[in-house]
Design a protein around this ligand. Sequence first.
Ligand code: SAM
Length: 248
Amino acid sequence: MPEALYDEIAAWYDASVRGGSLLTDLALHSLLELIGDAADRQICDLACGQGLVARELARRGARVTGIDLSAKLLEIARRDEANEPLGISYQRDDAQALATIGGVQFDGVACNLALMDIPDLAACLRSAARVVRPGGWFVFSITHPCFQTPSSGWRSDDADGPGRIVRGYFVEGHWRSDNPDGVRGRVGAYHRTLGTYLNTLADAGFALERLIEPQITGVLAERMPDHHEVPVLLAVRARRVRAAGDAV
Ligand SMILES: C[S@@+](CC[C@H](N)C(=O)[O-])C[C@H]1O[C@@H](n2cnc3c(N)ncnc32)[C@H](O)[C@@H]1O
């Protein structure tokens, strides 16, 4: 098993998610919109962390299996499940292999804000394709790969209005934010181009169905006008059209 970086920051990460954040709210809302009706569906929450998405899907009537690498976050997820049972089962596994899952088990796989944490995207998407039924779905959210690049930043002082300067888009690989108070300053992230995400999805046997780039509006937009101009998040729904490795 790879090293579980979130073990080190599990308590901090759990508190930050429970405290609520713009990114968490936008991601959860977009993900649930793309999943649609979850009632009676067998769903895998891949890289589930402490179970934020798993619990929301279970409340909507899904039968959920949560999978994560971090034993510490799974401990928190299981504690929540014990306090308020929703029928979720949690397993420790590497999303790049899913060795604990023998075959096709799910109507859908959801993966919230975690593909940036996983080094081998192709292996992860092939694993997801292996465990989801033909015609089933894969829904994920990521920080927007076109704008959240390693060398980008907000510009609020520009004469033309708020916006974002993007550099280094084509430089893929691991990077660490210089904000020590954020997740990406603590564990880093893998940057990939949009093309890499969508082509790897297609190679794994998924066809793109829909995507959301949520725009911040209303009171939040008044408080954060730059976030109104540029999306911070991308959420994607894809359908499994063939098994990974089959001819196109
Ligand atoms: C930013 S957190 C997101 C957690 C959760 N999906 C949420 O919405 O709060 C990223 C998660 O990916 C998990 N992770 C990283 N690499 C993984 C891997 N190879 N297999 C499974 N989980 C992994 C981490 O342990 C962590 O829980």
